[in-house]
Design a protein. Structure first.
Lengths: 115, 116
């Protein structure tokens, strides 16, 4: 079974530019999550989707971050405009089913450096 | 406000001995706990989980213990092997917080080094 796929793996941009990340979850997984991991910290949840609906986006900085999962499969996370403090690894995870307490499986992440 | 704490940034253990990684939490709503292992340049890999209705869960060399009254959990690895060298993250979720939201809250991680 293929795991969670993410692209690109690395991205370097200048501040105030825009950037987008893509995630393809494990086949059949209804729930998809985006996390931000800053160096030296644990991952922090940004947004959770169930199918194509948003379940939790309470920690998403909505003035600059946006995410969508239009067909309930792939998802994109966008930052516009980027700030220096957005330098981090952006992790996508997915889980099976829609009830609580499911194991989340992570992709390899996209490492973003904002100069 | 850190709701999940891993107070040891690093831990060094001799190969073949037991590794014990600790985690404390403050949110009483957390009822599902997981341990993830992470190698450099890779995403976290799921190791083992435990529900709040249990106090122990075992899977091969890995055992997780949960002490709800102390809001403390630990991961035991025995025997420790060189391939166990990695960063270990403790994570927690409140499964029934409403609306299906069950995002994980992570600790900062403990870097486990297994010495030959």
């Amino acid at each position: 079974e293929a795991g969670v796929a993410q692209s690109p793996r690395y991205k370097i941009i200048e501040k105030r530019q825009s950037v987008a990340f893509w995630c393809n979850p494990i086949s059949g997984h209804a729930t998809l999550y985006w996390y931000q991991q800053i160096l030296g910290q644990g991952p922090k949840l940004l947004i959770q989707f169930q199918n194509n609906g948003v379940v939790d986006d309470s920690q998403l900085p909505k003035d600059r971050f946006s995410a969508e999962r239009l067909k309930g499969v792939d998802s994109t996370l966008k930052i516009q405009p980027a700030k220096l403090e957005d330098s981090a690894v952006y992790l996508c995870a997915s889980s099976h089913g829609t009830s609580g307490g499911k194991t989340q499986y992570f992709g390899p992440g996209t490492r973003l450096l904002v100069l | 406000d850190q709701q999940v704490k891993q107070n040891s940034p690093s831990l060094s253990v001799q190969e073949g001995r037991i590794s014990i990684l600790n985690c404390d939490y403050t949110n009483s709503m957390f009822d599902y706990f997981l341990w993830y292992k992470k190698y450099p340049a890779e995403g976290p890999t799921f190791l083992i989980s435990i529900s709040s209705i249990k106090d122990k869960n075992e899977d091969g060399r890995f055992t997780v213990f949960l002490n709800k009254s102390a809001k403390h959990l630990s991961l035991h690895i025995v025997p420790s092997q060189p391939g166990d060298s990695a960063v270990y993250f403790c994570a927690a979720s409140a499964r029934y917080s409403g609306g299906g939201a069950d995002g994980l809250t992570f600790g900062k991680g403990t870097h486990l080094i297994i010495q030959p």
